[in-house]
Every structure is written in structure tokens, then in C-alpha cells.
Ligand binder design. Structure first.
Ligand SMILES: NC(=O)c1ccc[n+]([C@@H]2O[C@H](COP(=O)([O-])OP(=O)(O)OC[C@H]3O[C@@H](n4cnc5c(N)ncnc54)[C@H](OP(=O)(O)O)[C@@H]3O)[C@@H](O)[C@H]2O)c1
Length: 366
């Protein structure tokens, strides 16, 4: 079986992908950074335990390495890298800073640009010509583009063209990959994900990103102040492109199997979910009434509305969007299924998430 090397392996999307690869008996190499409290292996085991309801034993086809994204050779011995990259390997670069606050600019660019450059350097030095480099990008590298976001390269642009530095850094990183494809014949593909949510069939939701971050903030306020009426600066008719984790994993697994892939794929949902449905779910699940009001000015806001508005500094920039993503190339190569997020499945995910967040379910330490 082909060897799959994955960095940022303990992250939400990567760990779910790895879980599937292990079940399909692929040989997986996981690069994880250890921290002061836990080793790379402990961190990986923890996250896999969480996915498998505590029943995970590191199998023979998973090897875990403690790496350093920005160090030469990832801080690993040369002979280890020679051995790992031997033969036909698919390498997935997942590691990224998903921060969005403007203060984190340096960290975002260091991780999402310098980290990618170093990753390409390691891959180019050790991998064979037939090995492939997959860069996990975001569909929101589209920035504030008006019109359809196509599966092609877009030039770098100033921060004004984006909602935050995260989006901009991913556009820069895509262009870095483009440069290596054109100048060094890097065998690379770019997979642009939209907002990844929980499991569409089970409702299990282990991410606190995007709409779940918003849900958590509303929950915290609602529990402290029951029966509050809260106006939120959200366009009820706008939509969110939410792609379930099981769908993303299915697409990613197909990229391993399909030999001829386009350079760029927009890995996004076909049907978007309306903001009004998300607000309705929260209103049903929590003792709060949420009133969408897109023209709500700061000066008119109550204290609570201001608290939520500040907490929404990231989410807010996506609450008035109806971005169109082109998926022509995705549709050409990937098998279609109708496993799409709906208002009902998102309701199940929010239910699970709020339940878990209120401490009803066991939590994992690291
Ligand atoms: N989740 C989404 O909705 C979404 C949407 C579009 C695109 N994506 C892309 O998908 C990829 C995975 O996202 P995710 O949601 O799974 O994120 P995640 O759970 O936050 O995982 C990010 C991973 O990157 C690692 N990382 C961050 N900074 C690092 C550094 N300086 N050195 C080494 N490793 C570092 C993290 O390691 P630590 O645990 O050690 O910090 C973690 O393993 C990212 O590239 C992201 O941009 C995600």
C-alpha cells in the first residue's frame, strides 16, 4: 500500500483523514509537534482516541514523529527522512495557523507561508519524482472576490482584498506552490476546503471553528442570561458553505486513489446552508431569541450585543456572504454522492456541540 505522509496530523481534518486511511490499511506517517506537556505520540493518540470513542491502539501502519515545521529537515535526522520518503509517497501539508485576529499576523504568515516553503524544501529534497505534494488550502483564499471563484490560481493581493490575514496567507502560499510547480516542476496539488463542520450522519462535532465558535459564544451568554432577546449583525438570507467532515474525508481519500488530478480543486459543499436556519437552531436549543439585523450599528447595541459583536470579529465577515465556488474540476474527477449538510444535519451538529460544550460529554485533555 502507498505511504501517506501527513503534517499537522493531530489537527481536526488531518486526524479524521488518518483514521480513514488506517482503516483502509494505508501506511501512514504522522508529523506532530510535541509540547511541554505531551509528546507528539501522546497528542496523536489522544486525538485518535477521541475519534474512536477511547478505543484506539496505535496500529502497525501508523508511525508518529515529533517534528518542527520551521526547522531544516523538520528537525528530523536525514536518514529518517530518506527512509520515510522512499518510493511512491503522497504527502499532505495540513499544518496551518487558523487564527484570524490582526494581531496574529506574524504567526499566521510564519506558519502558513514559511512553514509551507520549508515543507516544499523537505519534500523536494527527499521525495521521488512520482511522489505528490498536496497543499491543503481554503476556499476562502478567494477573499472578497465578486463572482465565481474558479479552480485556478489567482494572483497575490493586498490585505484590503481579504477578510483577514489567514485568507491572505493561504493565497500567498498557493502562489508559492505555483512558483515551485512552474520553476522546479513540483508535483503538487491544491485542495481548497470550505468551512468544515461535524459528521453529517452521526452529528458528532469535534470542531469549534466558524459557526460552532459563534454557537459557543451565544450559549455562554444565554446560560448566564436566560430569555434574552439579542440582535445580531447577520444577514438571514446569506449562506454558509459548510462541508461535513465525513464528506471531506471521502474526497481526501479519493485524492489518494486517483492518479491524474487537476492542480487545483475546490473541495466545497454543493448546497449552502442559510444563516436563518443556523439562528433558528440556536433559538430552539438555547433560552435566547436571536434577531438578525444586518444594519445594526455599534452605537445602537446593548452591552450583550456588543459582547457578541466583538466575539464575532471573524464570523461576522462571513455573515453577509453568498460566495459561488466553481467545482467543475472536482466534479470531473470525484465520485458524486448526496452527503450534503442540510439545515437538519447542522441542527444535529449544533445540538451535539452545545451538549458537549456544556460539559455533558467527556472531554480530552490535549
Ligand atoms: N477547519 C476548516 O473549516 C478548514 C477550512 C478550510 C481550510 N482548512 C485547512 O485545513 C487544514 C487543517 O485545518 P483544521 O481545521 O484541521 O485545523 P486544526 O485542527 O487547527 O489543525 C491545524 C494543525 O496545524 C498544526 N500547526 C499549527 N501551527 C503549527 C506550527 N507552527 N508548527 C507545526 N504545526 C502547526 C497544529 O498543530 P498544534 O496542534 O500543535 O497546534 C494542527 O496539527 C489547515 O491547513 C486549514 O487552513 C480548514
Amino acid at each position: 500500500m502507498k505511504r501517506i505522509i501527513i503534517n499537522g496530523a493531530n489537527g481536526y481534518v488531518a486526524s479524521n483523514f488518518i483514521n480513514e486511511l488506517l482503516m483502509q490499511h494505508y501506511e501512514v506517517v504522522a508529523f506532530v509537534r510535541g509540547n511541554q506537556k505531551y509528546s507528539a505520540e501522546e497528542r496523536m493518540r489522544d486525538v485518535m482516541n477521541d475519534i474512536n470513542d477511547g478505543a484506539f491502539v496505535v496500529p502497525k501502519n501508523l508511525r508518529i514523529f515529533n517534528y518542527s515545521l520551521l526547522e531544516e529537515n523538520f528537525g528530523l535526522p536525514e536518514e529518517t527522512l530518506v527512509e520515510l520518503f522512499q518510493g511512491d509517497v503522497d504527502y499532505y501539508h495540513f499544518a496551518a495557523s487558523l487564527k484570524y485576529d490582526f494581531k496574529a499576523k506574524d504567526e499566521i504568515f510564519q506558519t502558513n507561508m514559511d512553514g509551507v516553503e520549508n515543507s516544499v524544501a523537505v519534500f523536494s529534497k527527499y521525495a521521488s519524482d512520482t511522489s505528490r505534494f498536496f497543499f491543503i488550502s481554503t476556499a476562502y483564499s478567494c477573499g472578497k472576490l465578486a463572482g465565481r471563484f474558479e479552480e485556478k490560481f489567482y494572483d497575490i493581493a493586498d490585505i484590503e482584498e481579504f477578510r483577514n490575514y489567514y485568507e491572505q496567507s493561504k493565497r500567498y502560499a498557493e502562489n508559492l506552490i505555483r512558483k515551485h510547480i512552474e520553476n522546479d516542476r513540483l508535483n503538487a496539488h491544491i485542495l481548497r476546503l470550505s468551512q468544515v463542520v461535524g459528521h453529517n450522519k452521526t452529528g458528532i462535532t469535534k470542531t469549534d471553528y466558524g459557526i460552532f465558535d459563534f454557537s459557543r459564544r451565544i450559549q455562554s451568554l444565554a446560560m448566564r442570561n436566560p430569555d434574552l432577546k439579542l440582535r445580531v449583525k447577520v444577514d438571514p438570507e446569506s449562506t454558509q458553505n459548510l462541508i461535513p467532515i465525513d464528506k471531506v474525508v471521502s474526497y481526501l481519500t479519493q485524492t489518494v486513489k486517483i492518479q491524474q488530478l487537476p492542480v487545483i480543486l475546490n473541495v466545497v459543499a454543493k448546497k449552502a446552508v442559510r444563516n436563518s436556519d443556523i439562528l433558528k437552531s440556536l433559538g430552539e436549543l438555547l433560552p435566547i431569541e436571536l434577531i438578525p439585523q444586518m444594519d445594526l450599528e455599534k452605537s445602537e447595541m446593548s452591552v450583550y450585543e456588543r459582547i457578541i459583536s466583538i466575539g464575532m470579529s471573524f464570523t461576522a465577515s462571513y455573515t453577509g456572504t453568498k460566495i459561488q465556488f466553481d467545482t467543475t474540476k472536482l466534479d470531473e474527477v470525484m465520485e458524486a454522492d448526496d452527503n450534503e449538510a442540510t439545515a437538519e444535519s447542522i441542527h444535529r451538529m449544533i445540538t451535539y456541540f452545545l451538549d458537549e460544550n456544556s460539559g455533558k460529554k467527556d472531554k480530552v485533555a490535549c
